[in-house]
Design a protein around this ligand. Structure first.
Ligand SMILES: C[S@@+](CC[C@H](N)C(=O)[O-])C[C@H]1O[C@@H](n2cnc3c(N)ncnc32)[C@H](O)[C@@H]1O
Length: 226
């Protein structure tokens, strides 16, 4: 099946915030800064979890290398609809001589069980998506939650990381300005409200089990398959 991207993915990687290595790895300083706080936040919930973990919208592919080292009992699969990003993900995988599986081409807004690359790794124990659902149309958030409802094992976890609104309010002035910039770039983008995501989760058979504070007014929203 050919996957048609639902948005201009490369717009998510702003000039100046990244550089490319000769072997194709895209390097982001922000990812290096965020990885350990995310790992610390997830650790109490993952412990020594095993099974399959899928990242949606892996971007440069750096995060998943940190996660694979921190949680080695999980089998990690990165995914990306954007071919340039997939090349970076696989270049990171080669550079790290990593246990992560090759990047697959999931467009999260499409019907998940209809995407053949998922069949080898489902049912899933964990789905992670970092900094994706505010830089894509709401159909992507909806698709991730519905996909999680269909592909997670009972008690499996879905984790979103990034900026969120809570009860209709931004969690800081910086996020309010960021939201305005996102919506100016693309009216379908924007910071999502945890209450809307929790509602979608309930309808898909997932319940919210945590909302963790992260540096720079970011959050981890954790939903669990019931
Ligand atoms: C801001 S980047 C974040 C990348 C990475 N997760 C990180 O935190 O550095 C947003 C990512 O979402 C991906 N994305 C956008 N639309 C998507 C979709 N429909 N399905 C899956 N990923 C998507 C983009 O290709 C891009 O890699």
């Amino acid at each position: 099946m050919s996957v048609k991207p639902t948005t201009g993915h490369t717009a998510a990687f702003r000039p100046g915030a990244f550089h490319s290595e000769p072997d194709g790895r895209i390097f982001s300083k922000t990812v290096e800064k965020n990885a350990n706080p995310v790992i610390d936040g997830l650790s109490p919930f993952l412990g020594d979890a095993s099974g399959h973990a899928l990242e949606i919208g892996s971007g440069t592919g750096q995060h998943i290398q940190h996660f694979a080292r921190a949680f080695p009992n999980l089998t990690w699969t990165p995914s990306e609809p954007d071919a340039t990003h997939r090349a970076s993900i696989d270049a990171w995988r080669a550079h790290e001589n990593s246990t992560t599986l090759p990047a697959i081409t999931i467009d999260a807004a499409l019907d998940w069980p209809g995407q053949p690359e998922l069949q080898a790794i489902t049912p899933l124990n964990l789905i992670l998506s970092l900094n994706v659902i505010h830089i894509s149309p709401f159909t992507v958030a909806n698709g991730i939650i519905n996909g999680a409802g269909k592909t997670l094992k009972p008690l499996g976890l879905l984790a979103f990381y990034g900026p969120f609104m809570e009860n209709g309010q931004h969690t800081g002035d910086g996020n309010a300005m960021f939201d305005a910039r996102l919506r100016a770039d693309n009216p379908d983008w924007g910071i999502r409200d945890t209450a809307d995501l929790a509602d979608l989760g309930r309808a898909a058979g997932l319940k919210q089990i945590a909302l963790l504070q992260m540096p720079s007014n970011n959050r981890i929203l954790l939903l669990q398959k019931t």
